[in-house]
Design a protein around this ligand. Structure first.
Ligand code: CA
Length: 309
């Protein structure tokens, strides 16, 4: 009963703060002309930025910027600061959601092991002849950019920064990718006394041209769901390609694989698509664990049996 009352109170608070029971949504940019939106853009470092006539997600315009790395891109400045972390409204499931379109895309492949965030955006193609359920052409096109970095500046002189991996999933039909950075990842919580956003800097880990179609604060508490993997019978020396699939709303996800449960769960490979060769016969349990980089949500995992004959 106590728990019920507490939940009811939270519900009322949220209801009161958001009105009409809607999810918390604070729009910062929705594709309107920049003049009308009260936004000014300027280059960050050796990046460049301009208003584009390319339609945004819902509006008639978008913001086009060029980045050459994590310290190069665009500044967006709001003439009237927008409160994004109102203490009575903010939750740990609040995200800064960017809808982005990338100039350079590539076929999803196998991640390079030990990938550093700012080295390169290449995926290794799948082996031509491998044992598995997927063929290369079924894999989605994904941005070459692997990481987006954002710095937020408040009207009262604070600056907070964060970066997230770009999610490896398909776009909407117009090619927009959702890239969501949790406010908690910026250190913004109910204890932050709000955050009147005045300026934002945005960059990416590799050189690219990127369009911003929408920017908003939104809530996403949908849990991480991992699709089950199929058991497989293979031979020794077969190259097995495993493709993970998971969903958690707009949240970026990291895929971590262990190829043999018998010696415990380690990270033998990472990424949505991985390859493994078993050299000895036997039965192996593969474990895929999916988590969000900021640990906002509960990790989820699934297992499959690989029988090597
Ligand atoms: Ca293991």
């Amino acid at each position: 009963m106590r728990q019920y009352l507490a939940r009811a109170t939270v519900f009322l608070l949220l209801f009161g703060a958001c009105g009409a029971g809607e999810a918390r949504d604070v729009f910062l940019y929705r594709g309107d002309p920049l003049d009308a939106a009260g936004i000014e853009v300027s280059a960050w470092g050796d990046g460049s930025v301009r208003e584009s006539q390319e339609p945004g997600v819902t509006g008639t315009r978008s913001i086009e910027f060029n980045t050459k790395g994590l310290f190069s891109g665009a500044f967006l400045t709001w003439k009237n600061p927008v409160e994004i972390a109102e203490p009575s409204a903010i939750s740990r499931f609040d995200y800064l959601l960017l809808r982005l379109r990338f100039n350079q895309t590539t076929r999803l492949g196998i991640e390079e092991p030990g990938l550093a965030p700012n080295i390169k955006g290449d995926y290794r193609p799948l082996p031509m002849d491998y044992y598995g359920n997927y063929f290369g052409e079924d894999l989605p096109m994904v941005p070459k950019v692997r990481r987006i970095r954002v710095i937020l500046y408040s009207a009262d002189g604070r600056a907070v920064s964060h970066s997230v991996p770009v999610v490896h999933k398909t776009t909407d039909e117009d090619g927009w990718f959702a890239v969501a950075l949790p406010l908690a990842g910026f250190g913004l919580t109910a204890q932050s006394n709000g955050f009147p956003l005045q300026r934002m800097a945005i960059s990416a880990d590799i050189e690219d041209k990127i369009w911003i179609g929408e920017i908003r604060i939104t809530t996403d508490d949908s849990p991480i769901y991992v699709d089950s993997l199929d058991d497989q019978d293979v031979g020794t020396q077969d190259v097995i390609v495993l493709v993970g699939s998971a969903d958690a709303g707009i949240t970026s996800l990291l895929y971590s694989w262990d190829f043999d449960e018998k010696d415990g769960i380690q990270e033998d490979a990472r990424g949505r698509v991985v390859q493994v060769v078993y050299r000895r016969t036997g039965t192996y349990t593969v474990t895929l664990t999916v988590r969000d980089p900021d640990g906002i949500k509960q990790p989820a995992s699934t297992k499959a049996q690989i029988t090597v004959n």
